[in-house]
Design a protein around this ligand. Structure first.
Ligand code: UDP
Length: 394
């Protein structure tokens, strides 16, 4: 496989009936669904039949993937009376899924294994954060590989999170001289980056300890990253994680086809974008999960109003705490900006980043956004929010 172009992938001519099956199961967010679909495409082209499992929560339309078989895993998320919008523990839903998908996932695997006239299941590939899946796979004697939807370096840092918590790093404030100091073991990271990972280091640390333990118990890990970017980290990981490792990223480089989108993509701005000067437009998006406060939103709005350059701004509904969409924009913002800017709810980001008018990406440093941006050679302004993002930004 050649990550510099999709053309060199050999399309399998194996008939569907004799293809061994691979079962994929991503976390239900865009940044996890997209690379899993892309991995599924690669494996399909190498002669496997793809069974794609998805939680009920946040399920996208899969019309672009008629060659996969999709199955829904009952997750009971709709029974949660109150999902905290700014949870103290960012893993609230993921932990819930880990606790509530076990039966439905087990039943689904049993049904798949019992299907008559179907070829064997070669393996299961789940998001690493579905730690519950390792015990299920072991009990059925199916090898489980895991995918990691973030920078490889984050696995190492996450493994040390509880240690950093116990050493008191999360108690530093801006007034402490050590706040800007480099972290031990990870000199690229500053203490303030570690603090940004989570407001609940104990909760996240305990959760990630389970994730890391089950990664080590798996049959292998598939990174959506590449050697040139993370070679020293991979060398360190070889000692800590004695399981097979595959660096297949950036996965989006293999397939030009747009992955399924959780939100409807606006394309109406492309005529406007086509009319802008080369490398002149600031593109701003904070991905599918991050949330910001009203104050942060206003700061972004005033910045965009006060710089004299064109911008394309993705304001995802629900991105701003306490707001549906644009209600918190300063008075006269739209009037004053006029034709200089466009605001959309969601866009085909890969196409936007590849557009000749884009000159810069103001990003939350999500891993997929970062890889997509590196691919297009667009400079980034990094404004990381939580979890892996401060690590990715450095
Ligand atoms: N994305 C998109 N349209 C948008 C904003 C984002 O298609 O308007 C896609 C983007 O291309 C990326 C994904 O959503 O593939 C976001 O993943 P990332 O890992 O960057 O961030 P996350 O959403 O996981 O925080």
């Amino acid at each position: 496989m050649n990550p510099n172009g999709g053309d060199t992938i050999i399309r399998s001519t194996q008939p569907t009936a004799t293809r061994r099956r691979i079962i994929l199961f991503p976390l239900p967010w865009q940044g996890h669904i997209t690379p899993m679909l892309q991995l599924g495409n690669i494996l399909h082209n190498h002669g496997f039949k793809i069974i794609f499992l998805h939680a009920e929560f946040n399920s996208p339309s899969y019309t672009n993937y008629p060659h996969f078989t999709f199955k829904t895993i009952t997750d009971h998320v709709s029974e949660i009376n109150h999902v905290p919008k700014t949870p103290p523990d960012p893993t609230f839903i993921i932990t819930y899924l880990n606790e509530n998908c076990v039966d439905s996932f087990t039943d689904c695997l049993n049904e798949l294994l019992a299907e008559p006239n179907e070829p064997p299941v070669a393996c299961l590939i789940t998001d690493a954060e579905y730690y519950f899946a390792q015990d299920v796979a072991d009990s059925m004697k199916i090898p489980r590989l895991v995918t990691w939807a973030c920078t490889i370096a984050s696995v190492l840092v996450y493994g040390d999170l509880l240690f950093f918590y116990e050493k008191g790093y999360f108690n530093f404030t801006k007034k402490d001289p050590g706040y800007e100091a480099p972290m031990p073991k990870y000199p690229l990271l500053k203490v303030k980056d570690i603090i940004k990972i989570t407001p609940n280091p104990k909760g996240l640390g305990e959760y990630l300890t389970k994730v890391v333990k089950q990664i080590k118990a798996s049959s292998g890990i598939i990174w959506n990253s590449f050697i040139q970017l993370e070679e020293p980290t991979l060398e360190t990981l070889n000692q800590d994680f004695p399981i097979p490792k595959f660096s297949l990223g950036p996965l989006h480089m293999y397939f030009p086809v747009s992955p399924s989108s959780v939100l409807d993509q606006d394309r109406t701005f492309f005529t406007w974008l086509d009319g802008q000067a080369p490398k002149s437009v600031l593109y701003m998006s904070f991905g599918s999960v991050a949330r910001i406060s009203k104050l942060e939103f206003l700061e972004v709005a005033y910045a965009l109003a006060n710089i004299d350059i064109p911008f394309l701004w993705v304001v995802r509904p629900g991105w701003v705490e306490g707001s549906e969409w644009l209600e918190l924009l300063p008075d006269k913002f739209l009037e004053e900006v006029g034709d200089r800017g466009r605001i959309v709810k969601w866009c085909p980001q890969n196409e936007v980043l590849a557009h000749p008018s884009i000159g810069c990406f103001w990003t939350h440093s999500g891993w997929n956004s970062t890889l997509e941006c590196i691919r297009e050679g667009v400079p980034m302004i990094c404004a990381p929010c939580v979890v892996g993002q401060p690590i990715i930004a450095r």
